[in-house]
Design a protein around this ligand. Structure first.
Ligand code: BDR
Ligand code: CA
Length: 311
């Protein structure tokens, strides 16, 4: 199986992504789950990651706590989307599993040094603070990363936290800039893709009817998570942003996109955190990311159902 580190700020959609990965041990070896401040502050993302691992029946999953604030800015959170716990919806028991003692950034550095070069992929589902901190502190690990598959950014779909920016990139644009300039092969799941991974009634009921606890929780999280997008965008359901990252690792053929240059705006207040993607190749800037745009949504939900059913 492919070795991955999931870097996350759960978040209902992060939670579904973690479940999808943990339900797919034949293809994915989750070396660790590293948490970062994002949707909610760090103590809550820590707790939520543990809740999800326990729900998956895998309390031995290694969860590492990371950075509690962006590199240089004040943390911006998204309780308006995810609720005050970050995982609002069903009432869930407090987790009993313990966090690892090691800091997430040290774990990322140590793992990339210990594993064969080019054999570990990073899967960021939140602000890129942990990854950028690791790259800053240990530049030798950069060329050892196999690939980064991340959820973040937007182009034709524009922003969801400001008119120009997507939340994960907006929260820590300096970190995003470091990651996009790193030279590591990057696959980006922007809002352009994730707003095609939309729930609807039939899709949510399918989760609920899987017959297991994980399916019921996914349905209840989605019930909660939907209300924001329904009110805000008038859409039928909720975009399952972060599971797109894991789905790509399992079935890349569900996605389509272009290898383009993507630069991160860090200067302008108006467009802070914008992912400026040269979709039409109008500059001679070197392509640095596979920027996705298309999704087979039925295939995506079929995959999610099949895997969540296994938990
Ligand atoms: C991203 O921001 C968070 O609210 C979600 O978990 C996702 O990672 C979408 O913009
Ligand atoms: Ca997230």
């Amino acid at each position: 199986p492919r070795k991955i580190i999931i870097d996350t700020d759960p978040g209902q959609d992060d939670a579904v992504a973690i479940l999808l990965a943990l339900a797919s041990p034949e293809e994915l070896d989750v070396l660790g789950v590293t948490v970062v401040a994002g949707n909610v502050p760090l103590p809550l993302t820590q707790k939520n990651a543990c809740i999800v691992c326990e729900l998956a029946g895998l309390p031995d999953t290694k969860v590492y706590s990371g950075c509690d604030a962006p590199l240089t800015r004040k943390l911006v959170t998204a309780e308006h989307v995810h609720g005050k716990t970050g995982l609002d919806g069903p009432v869930m028991p407090d987790p009993t599993m313990a966090l690892q003692d090691q800091h997430a950034v040290d774990f990322i550095i140590e793992t990339l040094r210990a594993e064969p070069a080019g054999s570990v992929s990073l899967c960021p589902l939140g602000p890129l603070t942990n990854i950028a901190t690791a790259f800053n502190r240990a530049p030798d690990i950069v060329e050892r990363v196999q690939e980064i598959v991340l959820m973040g950014g937007a182009y034709f779909q524009v922003g969801n936290i400001t008119p120009a920016a997507e939340f994960n990139i907006y929260v820590d644009p300096e970190a995003a800039k470091i990651v996009f300039a790193s030279g590591v092969p990057i696959v980006v799941m922007p809002l352009d893709v994730t707003h095609k991974a939309l729930t609807n009634r039939a899709r949510v009921e399918a989760f609920r009817n899987l017959g297991n606890e994980a399916g019921r929780m996914v349905a209840e999280w989605t019930d909660f998570f939907e209300r924001f997008d329904k009110e805000k965008y008038g859409s039928e359901g909720a975009p399952l942003h972060d599971p797109c990252v894991i789905a790509y690792l399992l079935k890349p053929e569900l996605f389509s996109g272009r290898h383009v240059n993507v630069e991160i705006e860090t200067g302008s207040e108006l467009t802070l955190g914008m992912t400026v993607a040269d979709w039409w190749g109008v500059t001679d800037r070197t392509p640095n990311a596979m920027f996705m745009g298309g999704l087979d949504a039925d295939g995506f939900f079929a995959l999610l159902n099949e895997r969540i059913a296994r938990l």
